[in-house]
Each structure stands twice: as C-alpha cells, then as structure tokens.
Design a protein around this ligand. Sequence first.
Ligand code: SF4
Ligand code: SF4
Length: 465
Amino acid sequence: MALALVARWQRFWIRRRLPAPRRFRYERFGGIVQLRYPQALVFVDRARARSLGYDAPPPGLWPDTPQPADEAADGAPADAGTLHDSTRPLSAPLEAHLQLTNRCSAGCRGCYTGATSEGGPHEWGLQQWQAALDELAAAGVFHVALGGGESAELPWLGELLRHARARGLVPNLTTSGLYDDAVLERLCDWAGQGLFGQINISLDGVGADYAAVRGFDGFARADRALVALRAVHKNVGINCVLTQRSFAGLPALFAHARRRRLSEVELLRFKPAGRGARRDTYESLRCTDAQHRQLLPTALQLSRRHRVRVRVDCSFTPMLTHHKPPPELLSFLAVYGCAGGDLLVAARAGGQLAACSFAPPENTATTALRQYFHSAAAFSPFRSWPAAQEPCRSCSYLALCRGGCRVVSAHVSGDARAPDPECPRVLDYRASRPGPDPVHNVPVSQKGDAESMTQRASRQLKVLG
Ligand code: SF4
Ligand code: SF4
C-alpha cells in the first residue's frame, strides 16, 4: 500500500515537472508526446508513457516482451541511443506534406513540382482535402506542411486551416510571397488568427542571389511578404534551397533573417525533381562536394552569430554525419535522414500519396493512408534501406541516415536503392577504389581537394569535437 502511494506520488511529480502534453500517440516502444511548450514531439518509453497516464495501448501493441531496441530484426541496425527501432515503420507518419495545388505562375527554373499557371490535371478541391485531413488525423499524424504550387492563393485555404485545427493537426505553410496585396492581406488575416504553426517564405538568396537561382528578380516581393507576415505572426522563417550560387550568399541570408526578426532559416538541398530534374539544371544548381562538406560548420557558425535557429532538410543528413556527431545527439535533435514513407509522407495535387514531396506518387489516394501504410509493398524502395549496399551497409549512421536521398540516387545513379552518390563518405569510398568514378561521370582527379576540405570543415566544427 505504502509503495503504491509512493509510486502515485512520483507519477504526480513527474507530470507536474513536464509541460502538459497536447497529444499522445501509442507506439510499440511506448509513445510520442506532442508538447506545446517547447514545441516538440518527444519519444517516450512505455514506463514514461504510463507515468504520464497513458497505460491503455491498443490491443497487442505492448506485448510483454522486451523493449523495441531489443526487438530489431536479427542483424538489422537499430538507432543508437533511441527507443525507436527504425527498421520498422512507426504506426503512422509524424507529418504529411500536402501539395494542395500545382498552380503557380512564378515559373522558377528549378521548381521541384514543375508548377505552371494552369496547375495539374484533376487537382483536388476543398472537400477532398478535408477528407484527407480526416484520414491523417485518424491515423495519428501531428503536422501537415502545406505547399504547392502556390497554396496561399487558394480561396478556400482558410477553411482548410480551420478544418485541420479542428482535427488537432498543426498546419505549417511554405509560400513564395509572390502575389498581389489582396492575397497577402488574406494570408496575414489567417496568420493573425493563429491558424498556422510555422510560415516559411521561399527565399533562395538576398538581392541579386535570388534572381540568379530562380531566374527572375522576385526578392523585393518575397521580402514584403516576410515583413507583413512577421508583423502578425511570430513563427515566420525562410526556406532556402541551397545551390552552388546561393551557398556564398548564406551570411547575407542569415543577416537578413536576423534583421527581419525571423524564427528560423531552413536549408534545403536542391532536388532533381520537376524542372530541377533537367540534367543541365540539376548539374548547374546542385551544391558542389566542397560546399556539402562545409555545410554544417557554415550553418552552425551563422546560426550562432545571428542567433537564428537553423534547420536542414532530411536529404542533407549525409552532409551532417560526415562530421561524425554523436548519433545520440542527432537523435535528440530529431535529425533523421530519408524518412519518406515512414516518419513523413506527401500528397500530390491530385491526392495521390507519395513517400515524400520529391518522390513519384504511389497508386493510392491519401484518403487510404492507414490501409496502405502497413501493407507489405508500401513505399518501396524507401523502406529497403536495411539492405543497403556499401559503404552505407557499414556506416554507423545508417539507421539514422537510411542511405541518403533516394531521389538523388535515382536521378544520378539510376537506382533509388543505391547509396546517396553525393554523400561525402560515399564519394570517399568510391575515390579509394580504382576505376572511373560513377558519380556524375567526373574523373576522381577532377573532383577537387576533398580531403583538405574535410579537414578544414572539421577544424571549424568545435561544437561537435
Ligand atoms: S528522398 Fe528521402 S531524403 Fe530525399 S527528400 Fe525525400 S525523404 Fe528526404
Ligand atoms: S554512407 Fe550512406 S548511410 Fe552513411 S552517411 Fe553516407 S549515405 Fe548515409
């Protein structure tokens, strides 16, 4: 009796010390808690889940067997320092990226969806997207990232935002800011009502850098949207697709983010998808190997100097692991690699489900997510990374990185299961072997002084030393 009272008292104090959970989702290992302050998704084991009052999992989810790190398939890699055995997908994605429309008249030369002013065929409307949100919420998805095309111009966007909120989903938005005052005013109105979580404006560089990447000068219009949205909403940031040209402009971009009092800069790798998949476009815009090796020290240095949070997208994970950060630190910071078809999914403008925004669509509608997500053939080849080739197979970050970006592998190597051909470790592995370099068909001798770049970057990276 006394012991039971002590246990209850301890649980009470644990609950008092933790911020109140907003939502909870049961998983094999325990569950995922969505916190309001700080905004975070926290993976907890079964004991912690019980202490938070969640001790009624769906039947069969918590059998009386060892914890999930012990449940990994024989010989398969499990996440170092995490609860989650990433060889098995979660019960549902954490987030879904919804391309609400493929209509956009900006005409950016590297647009990953190939958006046009006419939009795509058979695009979904409000009611279909509302049904998709119902399905995502029922599956247990926490966030939706709304993009396009240009979703901000959809007249029914406000109604969809309210629908998402009513279902407990947090809607975030990526937008170009390249529209007239009436659209911007309406967007500010929705933002002022607190309908969005995070709003990021696509800004691939400051001033002339913007035009060099996008092919037209839209900086002033995009910046006016930044100013207007920041005036009514505190979680406004920048999405920057990093290219050969824009890399050198990162200091100016971070300084601009600071000047505009923005909450974050998110750096995205240029993807060979949509118009970006044209061979000359991809080759001329993708970052060089030297830039990839410099990415982490550069981003950390600028983030610290300007006191602006920096995030990098999933496809940059090989460029982070290149600097050998402790895997536990990456897990703690929720850095994960190619999690398409598992931690995240996407939907095309016509409602087709996809592993991520850049991957080809599956032959399934988003409204059938729960049924498809657990089928054996779902999201192949995204889920085949435990059978990765060398040098991913022996890489200590495989369970986090999952072999790098499948979309880049498919485009460059012709095989979506191949190791990411732009990962520094993959390049070094191939350079150490005789014969022609299969990556980008460039002789190894012309690829630059990769080793000295690595050493230089490591010296600058004291924080991870
Ligand atoms: S293929 Fe994987 S790493 Fe590349 S963008 Fe999609 S989810 Fe991210
Ligand atoms: S070798 Fe493979 S698993 Fe390791 S960091 Fe590179 S792409 Fe990722």
